[in-house]
Design a protein around this ligand. Structure first.
Ligand SMILES: Cc1ncc(COP(=O)(O)O)c(C=O)c1O
Length: 414
């Protein structure tokens, strides 16, 4: 038996990183067969057609121009005042709902999800999300003694499954007085699915019903990928529905600079809270500050400064939006090739609206991905399907991928 030092309660803690081994295999294949011959669909960062992780030019320009003091000086645990105000604007754009708002700077979107779980669910509680989900949600809940429960994101017609959502909420609220619901939309990871405004109406009706019966509901909208989903105001129309919600329905947004500013490694994000109650927002700031202070103390000051500089300068903001739109169009082109070919060969995929990933449902994803590797296609095998990072596969390599997945699935289905 190996020597143990970790506390007994930590026994068995291990991140099962299914993307990592596929990504390592892709790198090996690239060495052996050359980059032109390998499709590495495991990468979760935007890359241009040269397959190198890209940085938005305006971000590189402004970031490199910052004085050293911005990189080395502490920031307040809740974040710089300008940043907190600007990140609220960046979250809502022109679709700001009525209500009290506040933001807490967080270590990326991950930090925002962490703070939401820690403060808006009880120890031992179930937290609810979609079955198609970012797997780190499970770990984030587990780390602080919560259990992640899922509902079916899609019904048989591939629409948002409001019945599954509604029964899951009701079942949990028979056992709990409060519930945290996490929805990663628009541009869900791993599918690119998004709830429509109508879906949101129904979600909120369910929440209102339980709130009337004395329950408290918090909703975390994870908008990590929103910068690459299309017209910034059109994709945010659903946010207006959060105006004037009852006091015991609290809405939060997990904002990330990782994708929108291509600053993945700089660890900057925010948890934005919105409520019709000032008390709820005051409390949000206090508990959020406490969590930030104890988890990471304060975050990257330079990244916060960058966001404020860009958002407060109309010319820079225009540059940012134009560049983001170029990336969005490029991802769209790649996704369109895949979807067109998938339809042509009758390959099922989760309805994709926008985002970094497309998923093909299968319960045999590990075998199918192993089979695909024979064709030098490397994708992430998730519990519910195969995930393709359309954010990083150049268009010329997209051609033929759908039919090869179809072939791999047929071969593993026997
Ligand atoms: C759904 C989702 N939410 C949040 C994040 C957070 O990313 P970061 O912590 O880098 O901002 C990611 C990153 O992959 C993600 O996929």
């Amino acid at each position: 038996m190996s020597t143990c030092m970790a506390a007994a309660s930590r026994e068995g803690k291990k991140i099962n990183d299914v993307v990592f081994s596929s990504s390592a295999a892709a790198k090996e294949a690239i060495k052996k067969y050359g980059i032109k011959n390998v499709v590495n669909a495991t990468v979760g960062c935007y890359a241009g057609d040269d397959e190198k992780v890209a940085c938005l030019p305006v971000v590189e320009k402004v970031y490199k121009s910052l004085p050293m003091s911005d990189f080395i000086t502490y920031a307040p645990p809740v974040g710089l005042a300008d940043y907190r105000s600007d990140v609220i604007d960046a979250t809502f754009e022109d679709q700001r709902p009525d209500g009290y708002t506040a933001a807490i700077a967080t270590a990326g979107g991950t930090g925002a999800v962490h703070i939401a779980i820690t403060n808006y669910s009880e120890v031992g509680d179930q937290v609810l999300t979609t079955d198609w989900r970012w797997s780190v949600y499970d770990n984030l809940c587990d780390e602080v003694g919560r259990h992640l429960t899922t509902f079916a994101m899609l019904d048989d017609s591939h629409s948002f499954n409001i019945d599954s959502f509604s029964s899951a909420v009701a079942a949990i609220l028979r056992q709990q007085d409060s519930l945290l619901i996490m929805l990663n939309t628009p541009a869900n990871n791993p599918t690119g699915f998004a709830l429509s405004d109508r879906d949101w109406e129904e979600v909120l009706d369910v929440c209102r019903f339980h709130e009337k019966n004395g329950k408290r509901i918090s909703i975390l909208v994870d908008i990590a990928y929103i910068a690459y989903t299309g017209d910034k105001n059109k994709v945010r129309t659903f946010m207006k529905q959060f105006s004037h919600l009852p006091e015991h329905i609290f809405v939060m947004f997990a904002y990330s600079m990782s994708k929108g500013f291509t600053l993945y490694g700089q660890r900057a994000g925010a948890l934005v809270g919105l409520s019709s109650s000032k008390d709820v927002i005051d409390e949000f700031q206090e508990v959020g500050k406490y969590s930030a202070r104890t988890a990471w103390s304060n975050i990257n000051r330079a990244a916060m400064t960058l966001l404020s500089i860009v958002r407060r300068d109309p010319a820079l903001l225009k540059e940012l939006e134009t560049e983001e739109n170029n990336y969005f169009q490029n991802i769209r082109r790649r996704a369109d090739i895949f979807m067109e070919e998938a339809r042509a060969c009758n390959l099922d995929f989760v309805p994709y609206k926008a985002g970094f990933f497309i998923s093909v449902p299968t319960l045999k994803s590990a075998q199918a991905c192993a089979k695909l590797q024979e064709d030098l296609i490397f994708a992430a095998p998730l519990a519910r399907g195969i995930r393709l990072g359309v954010c990083s596969i150049p268009a010329y390599k997209m051609t033929g991928v759908a039919s090869k997945i179809k072939k791999a699935l047929e071969s593993v289905d026997g």
